[in-house]
Design a protein around this ligand. Structure first.
Ligand code: M6P
Ligand code: ZN
Length: 194
């Protein structure tokens, strides 16, 4: 016969993720929004970008950061919502970044929509992976990463990255990615940008 033990109470987690939409539910979510205006210099056709409504939202990100930015050993969680659209035949995309601590890795996974994850090494060699609901993408260290939405619905992507990874946008702002994802006759085509 088992001896009686103290009963410990279980608690509800303070954060959750809505399965089909990727929305993060918590009282401590941080949200950032990127409009067409914020993406100056990102697309090849700057004239086309500047002719679009500058307030149009291209993507927004919900982030759950349970520890202070820069905490060694901590993890952040986020969901990116990238709208469908094109600028001069180039698919709507995120700014993309290396990590400020370049050796740190990240996971992306697709919740909804269709698109591509564009990856570029520090030697500018690039590749892209298709994204569809359920696809999981390991982004190794020293690898810039950017999302492109090739579909007609929002591309919704979850992410998990080290709290001390940081973002290095400067090298992308200066040199861009070496490839671009553009509309081809039969679908998305990855073309050289260098
Ligand atoms: C994911 C993570 C975040 C990133 C966001 C938007 O949620 O990688 O760290 O900020 O995507 O991407 P970007 O910062 O390149 O605009
Ligand atoms: Zn990252």
């Amino acid at each position: 016969m088992s001896t009686p033990r103290d009963q410990l109470s279980l608690s509800q987690p303070s954060v959750s993720v809505v399965p089909d939409t990727g929305h993060i539910r918590s009282d401590r979510i941080e949200t950032s929004v990127r409009t067409i205006a914020d993406l100056h210099g990102v697309f090849a056709d700057e004239a086309a970008r500047s002719s679009i409504d500058q307030d149009q939202i291209v993507y927004h990100v919900e982030r759950y950061q349970p520890v202070p930015d820069g905490t060694s050993g901590g993890l952040f969680f986020g969901t990116s919502f990238l709208q469908p659209g094109t600028v001069g035949g180039e698919y709507f995309m995120t700014k993309g970044h290396f990590h400020a601590r370049p050796e740190t890795a990240e996971y992306y996974w697709c919740v909804a929509g269709e698109g591509a994850l564009i990856l570029m090494d520090s030697d500018r060699s690039a590749r892209a992976e298709f994204m569809q609901p359920g696809s999981l993408h390991y982004i190794p260290g020293y690898t810039a990463h950017r999302l492109a939405n090739t579909g007609s619905t929002p591309l919704i992507v979850g992410a998990c990255w080290p709290a001390d990874a940081g973002h290095d946008y400067a090298s992308i702002a200066r040199d861009g990615f070496s490839v671009r994802l553009v509309q081809g006759e039969h679908g998305p085509v990855l073309v050289s940008a260098d």
